[in-house]
Design a protein around this ligand. Structure first.
Ligand code: ACM
Length: 275
């Protein structure tokens, strides 16, 4: 881990990025091996984001297969692997995780640090066939303070819903980590816009490849609080990208000297949103 806290406190730099790869459906050991070799290229980062359902693959043939490939937090080779890596590299990792708890499946994102599992988010907005396998997420929208920064997590199709990005920003997230298996070809365009509107750094770690007829779009992306794309991956290759970000850009929510992202809101005028 290599975060730099400058002496004058004007800059708070975090080294963060993503792994982009092609998880293989039903081959968790292969997926672990792939992630392990990519993490070597990210060893001096502070925080790394890994795609949705990185342990299992995405497009299950049946509910039986989905159950067979799921792991429980208490007994997970994948989480043990992530914890070992986080400890060895002194790094924080956000990863998609195919989770089972009491016979129910969740499309989950885990946050793991050098001391093991820190927290989880379960996907709120399910996409297409996911309704056949997963329960809707039931853990709300947590934000985790890991000392060097505050992290919120969303998963893939959550990108469509501005409400959840705003809530994470209101809860203080500096960085919104977004493990994904994006399919719709225009999805990446929304990521910098959510960051611009909420003044957050956003990291979408997307997979690529085709799995039982479903093609994923790669183009993992990191954007900053003024909506600029800092890095965008190719659509069909393994890629590891790390950038230095200055957290103060996410913590200053002023738009002009007289405008503020949060203070200028009129929540009482927005009641339709919570109907
Ligand atoms: C998706 O939510 N995995 C498209």
């Amino acid at each position: 881990m290599n975060s730099i806290l400058s002496a004058n406190s004007q800059t708070q730099i975090v080294k963060t990025g993503f792994l982009q790869f092609e998880p293989i459906l039903g081959k968790p050991k292969n997926n672990i091996a792939r992630i392990e070799s990519q993490l070597l290229q990210a060893a001096d980062a502070d925080l790394i984001v890994i795609p949705e359902l990185a342990n299992s693959g995405y497009n299950f043939e049946s509910k039986e297969q989905a159950i067979q490939l799921a792991e429980s937090v208490d007994n997970s080779p994948f989480l043990n692997f992530l914890s070992e890596q986080a400890k060895k590299l002194n790094i924080y990792i956000v990863s998609g995780f195919h989770e089972i708890e009491k016979d129910l499946l969740y499309n989950t994102s885990v946050l793991v640090g050098p001391n093991g599992l820190i927290g989880k988010y379960r996907k709120t907005h399910l996409f297409m066939n996911e309704f056949d396998f997963f329960e809707k997420g039931n853990l709300g929208l947590p934000v985790f303070d890991i000392g060097i920064c505050k992290i919120g997590m969303l998963i893939c199709f959550d990108w469509v819903f501005p409400e959840v990005w705003r809530i994470l920003a209101l809860k203080g997230a500096d960085i919104i980590c977004h493990p994904s298996n994006l399919v719709l070809p225009y999805a990446q365009q929304a990521v910098p816009v959510h960051g611009l509107i909420n003044k957050t750094f956003n990291i979408t770690a997307n997979r690529y490849g085709t799995e039982r007829g479903v093609t994923f779009s790669g183009q993992s992306i990191i954007s900053n609080p003024t909506g600029e794309t800092l890095v965008k991956a190719s659509s069909d290759n393994d890629e590891v990208s790390i950038v230095h970000i200055n957290l103060n850009k996410a913590r200053n929510k002023n738009i002009t000297e007289r405008n503020h992202v949060f203070n200028d809101r009129f929540p009482k005028d927005y009641f339709e949103i919570i109907k």
